[in-house]
Design a binder for this molecule. Structure first.
Ligand SMILES: [Zn+2]
Length: 332
């Protein structure tokens, strides 16, 4: 399917037009054979020169190869430099502004969904960010999600490079890449959840505030979605994505197949136990969403969850596998 590949970044439409017009010009002349022979090599050299000048390439790169771990890492770095970003903090508001500005620069429109919820620390205000490509108003078909808050700690400085940062940076880079294929981007909704973290311990009433609210609002529209992918803690230098055993089976099979196709199968496995995360409220309203999470991360919820624990390479592996899955399976 032609729409499943993108023109390589360096090949501008103008360059392709020039190449075609050169071929047309060559067809209209019918000079003597000797003239044609003596003129063949200079013309060929001229064509090669033009190709190199205009960056005209006859090779097209698959869209997933456009996903840059370095760019995703740059977004994580920016977020981490804002400091701890717990729910209700000024730094989290700065995160929202950064995310929305980045998405806007790639052609996405971000909506703020603000709500209040009762927490162990009293009523708190949360803000989910929901983004669509361009001015799409019809229902999307697939969700790509991440939480962007970091856990509240009173005793340590917790910046959540991996937990809160990595998946948010990945989703911003995903927005840039999807925008290269507007028809594909139109089918996707990007969701950045606030309040994933519990204020105390993770229970049925503490944690997942943003995804619970999002799911409660989406309930009537759930049938429009074919599924979704949640990203969480996918930047670990030692990447081992651990799928929950109760992951939607079709999505799990497709993720493994996508990882296999890209030579990254060794980075994906099943986790030993169930995982409750922002995908859980979505699964409960009937949208199959898989959680791509590396739960084997020793600095989890410690002051050591810092930039030096994550890598651009890991972000790139997960970003490309997810994009391959979306294009070749979920939205094919
Ligand atoms: Zn966490």
């Amino acid at each position: 399917m032609l729409s499943a590949v993108s023109v390589s970044a360096g090949c501008k439409p103008a360059g392709r037009t020039d190449c075609k017009s050169m071929f047309r010009t060559a067809r209209y002349f019918n000079p003597p054979l000797s003239w044609r022979i003596w003129n063949f090599f200079p013309r060929a050299l001229g064509l090669a020169a033009l190709v190199s000048v205009y960056g005209c390439s006859f090779r097209t790169a698959p869209l997933w190869e456009e996903f840059s771990g370095a760019k995703a890492f740059g977004h994580v770095q920016h977020l981490v430099e804002l400091g701890p970003r717990p729910a209700g903090s000024e730094a989290l508001e700065k995160s929202r502004i950064y995310i929305a500005d980045q998405l806007k620069s790639f052609g996405w429109t971000t909506t703020r969904s603000e709500f209040s919820a009762s927490t162990p620390r009293g009523m708190m205000t949360f803000v989910n960010l929901v983004a669509r490509f361009g001015n799409q108003e019809g229902p999307a078909q697939f969700l790509l999600c991440s939480h962007y808050d970091t856990k509240t700690f009173d005793a340590i400085r917790f910046v959540g490079a991996n937990d809160g940062g990595s998946s948010t940076g990945l989703l911003i880079e995903m927005a840039r890449v999807l925008a290269i294929n507007p028809a594909l981007a139109a089918k996707v909704e990007l969701v950045f959840f606030d309040g994933e973290e519990a204020f105390e311990n993770f229970t049925a009433t503490d944690g997942l505030y943003g995804s619970h609210h999002f799911a409660s609002e989406l309930r009537e529209l759930a049938k429009n979605f074919r599924g979704g992918i949640l990203f969480d803690m996918i930047g670990d230098k030692s990447l081992q994505v651990t799928l929950s055993p109760d992951s939607p089976i079709d999505l799990a099979r497709n993720i493994f197949a996508a990882a296999d196709a890209l030579g990254q199968r060794a980075h994906f496995t099943y986790f030993g136990g169930g995982i409750t995360d922002d995908h859980t409220p979505l699964n409960e309203i009937g949208i199959p969403v898989i959680d791509l999470i590396d739960f084997d991360f020793p600095p989890w919820h410690t002051a050591e969850d810092t930039l030096d624990k994550i890598s651009a390479e890991s972000l790139e592996i997960v970003g490309r596998v997810a994009l391959y899955d979306v294009m070749q399976f979920e939205l094919k």
